[in-house]
Ligand binder design. Structure first.
Ligand SMILES: Nc1ncnc2c1ncn2[C@@H]1O[C@H](COP(=O)(O)OP(=O)(O)OP(=O)(O)O)[C@@H](O)[C@H]1O
Length: 245
């Protein structure tokens, strides 16, 4: 998997409040092209909100977001969301469409690709995630792990420059987590630029290039996994790791 279009992603001094709840308080995150950044931290620390701000599902109160060094805040948010693929905890597949239709729909509707072309592109993506044989099934007849792989195929079909994963394995039964993490690992090794919010410390430690530990809406520590996991500098990270490892 080395054919990805890929860009660098930078967020600088991001602030966001929901009413009086200051959820993001000056976040900086730099994800060089072709690398994987994992974002870890306790529940409520602002990780999911940060992803949503970076693809402009939510507008920041302050700060900038740059793709390939250029600010995207003035662009049409729909255009940005085409450049950043997102995979959520819930797969949000259309239950009454087939698997291949779920993948091809956005290609024909948003990319305006002719239907037969969208279908072959969708089949290619399903092959990539190991689910070509399920093309004509309904999502409800697939396991949760397979459904999540369809959601990943759907995002990849749009040829994003960056992929966001927001707790992509949290809703899965433990035995299904492995397959999805293996696919994410393949994407990472294949050179996709990725931001992965995760509770999977094994992925964060063994696959990501950098780890960012958030707590209370700020970045407490960031660096290579070997550093953060073996020599945490702050009591907050030490405490978090002793709880989760
Ligand atoms: N749409 C919203 N409106 C109001 N408050 C929100 C909204 N979304 C998130 N919040 C609040 O923002 C804070 C951070 O939430 P967020 O989901 O970003 O945390 P998280 O680190 O991803 O947590 P988790 O690991 O549990 O998913 C929480 O206090 C949450 O209640």
């Amino acid at each position: 998997m080395s054919e990805f279009k890929s860009g660098s992603l930078t967020a600088t001094n991001i602030h966001l409040a929901f009413g009086s709840n200051k959820v993001l308080r000056g976040i900086d995150l730099h994800v060089p092209q072709g690398t994987t950044a994992s974002v870890i931290g306790p529940s409520g620390s602002g990780k999911s909100t940060l992803l949503r701000v970076m693809n402009r599902l939510i507008e920041p109160d302050q700060g900038d977001i740059l793709l390939d060094g250029r600010s995207v805040l003035a662009d049409n948010p729909d255009e940005l969301r085409r450049r950043i693929g997102m995979v959520f905890q819930q797969f949000n597949l259309f239950p009454h469409k087939t698997v291949v239709q779920n993948v091809s729909l956005a290609l024909s509707k948003i990319r305006k690709m002719p239907k037969d072309q969208a279908h072959s592109k969708a089949m290619e993506q399903l092959e990539l995630v190991g689910l070509k044989s399920k093309a004509d099934a309904r999502p409800g007849n697939l396991s949760g792990g397979q459904q999540q792989r369809v959601a990943i195929a759907r995002a990849l079909a749009m040829e994003p420059e960056v992929m966001f994963f927001d707790e992509a394995t949290s809703a899965l039964d433990p035995e299904l987590v492995k397959g999805v993490l293996a696919l994410m690992t393949d994407l990472s090794k294949g050179g996709m630029t990725m931001v992965v919010v995760t509770h999977e410390m094994g992925f964060s430690r063994n696959v990501s290039d950098t780890v960012t530990f958030m707590d209370g809406g700020v970045v407490v520590e960031t660096g290579p996994p070997a550093e953060l996991f073996t020599e945490p500098k702050t009591d907050r990270l030490k405490g978090f790791l002793s709880d989760v490892l």
